[in-house]
Design a protein around this ligand. Structure first.
Ligand code: NAP
Length: 299
């Protein structure tokens, strides 16, 4: 990194720690007020090591904020009917306010059918088709955690986003598309780029806000970034550098010194994702009990 690197490093880790602290306070207050403890159920199917690590982190953080954590680990050969039966039980369980099925699922399971079997009011990942539709039409939705965390950091850094040019690179259902909807909801002018886009670099140079969620190590070079832009790097890529395994983002961080601010990888978007999952669980709890939503932590 050169001496001219002037971009502010957006501290997602610190931001997430602060949010988790506020959530823990909220949980304490709600417990006193209602006598109830919010609960999150996480379903893990199979032995995928990365998924196991994510589920473990979610379990620990849920307990840290004082919520109940219910982890259901099922074997890889679990059938669709068995999984649907578990989801029906969790949907009906009043102690469970949020339900998350860890993705990806083994190939023999129908992911869309599984996600859409979750009660949309408990769908804390925000992937249910009803929540996607509510978000797209500007109605109260449970919003996917990663783009929700990105939006929180953008609003914290920039305040009102109205009228800014935003470019989202990547159009997945879990990041790119909901990010686009959220930015449109903030009245940004949004352009979406994907693998078939012809002039990605040129489009990126128009962005006041650049969100990159592709999964290609350091795809976005320094000269793709407009001076003064705010850059959110969602990518998590494991690469070998100098014989060592390292995690890098989708943006060449060391070349982004002329941005106004940028999220590092690791320590940027990643920590916000679990914090937003807990925020969504609390939002779901409040809605299920007709309690007012706290705008400071709501999705
Ligand atoms: P995904 O489902 O694979 O989608 C990738 C998107 O990038 C697709 O829309 C694809 O276009 C587009 N793309 C691929 N190559 C491109 C290129 N050369 N130029 C422009 N666009 C290109 O990935 P995802 O689930 O959204 O995840 C993206 C990255 O974010 C991954 O590194 C993932 O690990 C990371 N991630 C991080 C978090 C977190 O908590 N920090 C959460 C979720 C994901 P097409 O649609 O045309 O194929």
């Amino acid at each position: 990194m050169n001496n001219l690197f002037q971009a502010e490093r957006i501290d997602g880790k610190g931001f997430a720690a602060n949010l988790v602290e506020r959530l823990a306070d909220e949980v304490r207050t709600l417990k006193t007020r209602t006598g109830l403890t919010p609960g999150l159920a996480v379903v893990l199917i199979g032995e995928d090591p990365a998924s196991g690590v994510y589920v473990g982190a979610k379990h620990r953080q849920t307990q840290v904020v004082g919520m109940h954590s219910f982890v259901h680990k099922l074997p890889a050969e679990t059938g669709q009917a068995e999984l649907m039966a578990l989801l029906a039980r969790l949907n009906a369980d009043p102690d469970v306010n949020g339900i998350l099925v860890q993705l990806p699922l083994p190939a023999h399971l129908d992911t869309h059918a599984v996600i859409n079997a979750i009660d949309p009011d408990k769908d804390v990942d925000g992937f249910h088709i009803l929540n996607a539709g509510r978000l797209a039409t500007g109605q109260d939705a449970l919003v996917p955690c990663t783009p929700l965390g990105c939006l929180m950091m953008l609003k914290d850094r920039l305040g009102d986003l109205a009228g800014l040019n935003a470019v989202v690179v990547g159009k997945s259902n879990i990041v790119g598309k909901p990010m686009t909807q959220l930015l449109m909801g903030e009245n940004c002018t949004v352009t979406v780029a994907h693998s078939k886009t012809r002039n990605v670099a040129e489009l990126c140079r128009t962005a006041d806000i650049l969100v990159v969620a592709v999964g290609r190590p350091e795809l976005v070079k320094g000269d793709w970034i407009k001076p003064g832009a705010v850059v959110i790097d969602v990518g998590i890529n494991r690469v070998m550098r100098d014989g060592m395994s390292r995690i890098v983002g989708d943006v060449a961080y060391s070349e982004a010194g002329h941005a106004a601010a940028i999220t590092p990888v690791p320590g940027g978007v990643g920590p916000m994702t679990i914090a937003c999952l807990l925020a969504n669980t609390l939002t779901a709890f409040r809605r299920q009990h007709n309690l007012q939503t706290n705008p400071a932590i709501a999705g």
